[in-house]
Design a protein. Structure first.
Length: 401
């Protein structure tokens, strides 16, 4: 019962933060209203079943707790806007609690399906909302509403594509057809957002899935099934081309891609230069959370996880924050090529690993520790790794996680 109630408040929280608030309007304190019961029910569950605390909190999340505490305390002394610093760190911890909730519930369920399925549903609703509202964020880039950055929406669609590929099994024809149609929908929305890195990331994910997942799977099938599945892929790729290519040709996305490849981005490179200037002024602990927007010449955030980390958290914060990336990356590299894993587990590890590489790539234009969707993704991949390594069902509470 506790887990079911926590899942309910998780759905309310995530759909409010990532969809309703972005598309319509913000309601004060609703993050706390939904988030507090979600965590409370998990704590009651831990108490009821005497869960082992050491196993309930993985190293990756503990490292990020340490990161947040150091940034909160040490960054406070350097912060120009101290209230913004404090409120930003509090929001960071709230998002981190979502990551932990995903990890804990998934360990109890013995699978990550609930969170992957709920994210795909969230992406579908957001995609349809963006088509209905079609808010012009500027320069012809469309999104869900004035509070929804096109890059944020593009990131959600890209995560959605990755999670669909995680679930996709070609031998289930009807389900596969539906999921492939969703990929077309999500790709179409990415084109509308004009998000260059999202479309490149989505392409990377799909190409990897074809050559590293679907092709090896097809080779092991009987001839009749090989023909059937190859036809599905050919039809899908043809649909992608004939439906999306005419739209891409006349899109703002193509213009932005051409400008990027021909001229680069002077503003983004300038933001990195500014981040380096701030780092040299506050090299050890940084200028404080969200202080780049306060003291930089641009008056806004740096649009980069790497620039934001080095400027706002210094060398100490940057090292601690990216330590979790190193832990995740090393775990997934090892497991993605470990032949002791069964075929399905290898496929899923590889898809999630490519999604992780995608997150590293997108970090050049998106600040992951400000993004709810990124925290959701990290919760899923940390939980999947632990569950797969144990290879048993964690629904039995007597295992104490």
């Amino acid at each position: 019962m506790y887990l079911k109630l926590s899942k309910l408040f998780y759905i309310l929280l995530v759909f409010y933060m990532s969809w309703f608030q972005a598309a319509f309007f913000q309601v004060n304190n609703l993050l706390m209203v939904f988030g507090a019961p979600m965590i409370l029910f998990l704590l009651l569950h831990m108490y009821r079943y005497k869960v082992n605390l050491k196993k309930a909190f993985p190293l990756e999340i503990i490292v990020w707790v340490v990161f947040g505490l150091i940034v909160l305390t040490m960054g406070f002394f350097n912060a120009t806007d101290k209230m913004l610093h404090i409120s930003s760190v509090i929001t960071y911890f709230q998002f981190l609690l979502v990551t932990w909730a995903i990890y804990y519930i998934s360990r109890c369920d013995g699978k990550v399906d609930f969170f992957i399925n709920s994210f795909i549903i969230l992406a579908i609703i957001s995609a349809l909302t963006s088509l209905v509202i079609a808010y012009d964020y500027g320069g012809g880039r469309l999104t869900m509403g004035q509070n929804n950055n096109p890059n944020t929406l593009g990131l959600m669609m890209t995560f959605g594509i990755g999670f669909i590929l995680f679930k996709l099994r070609l031998h289930k024809i009807l389900k596969s057809t539906f999921l492939l149609l969703l990929i077309i929908l999500f790709t179409y929305v990415i084109i509308l957002t004009g998000s260059r890195k999202s479309i490149l990331s989505g392409l990377l994910l799909f190409l990897f899935w074809i050559f590293m997942v679907s092709m090896p799977q097809i080779k092991s099938l009987p001839l009749i099934n090989k023909i059937k599945y190859l036809l599905i892929l050919i039809i899908f790729i043809a649909a992608l081309y004939f439906i999306l290519y005419p739209i891409l040709v006349d899109s703002i996305l193509l213009e932005r891609l051409i400008r990027l490849f021909q001229f680069g981005s002077e503003t983004r490179s300038g933001m990195y230069v500014e981040a380096w200037r701030i780092f040299k002024e506050y090299p050890v602990f940084g200028a404080g959370m969200q202080q780049y927007r306060v003291i930089s010449i641009y008056g806004t955030y740096s649009h980069s996880t790497y620039a934001e980390a080095i400027a706002n958290t210094g060398i100490v914060g940057t090292f601690i924050y990216f330590s979790t990336y190193l832990i995740i990356g090393s775990n997934y590299i090892k497991e993605s090529f470990d032949n002791r894993n069964n075929y399905l587990s290898l496929q899923r590890y590889r898809i999630l690993f490519v999604m992780f590489l995608m997150v590293l790539f997108l970090g050049a234009s998106i600040i992951h520790f400000y993004s709810m969707n990124s925290f959701i993704f990290f919760g899923i991949i940390i939980a999947f790794d632990r569950i797969s390594k144990k290879g048993r069902h964690y629904g039995k509470i007597e295992n104490n996680l």
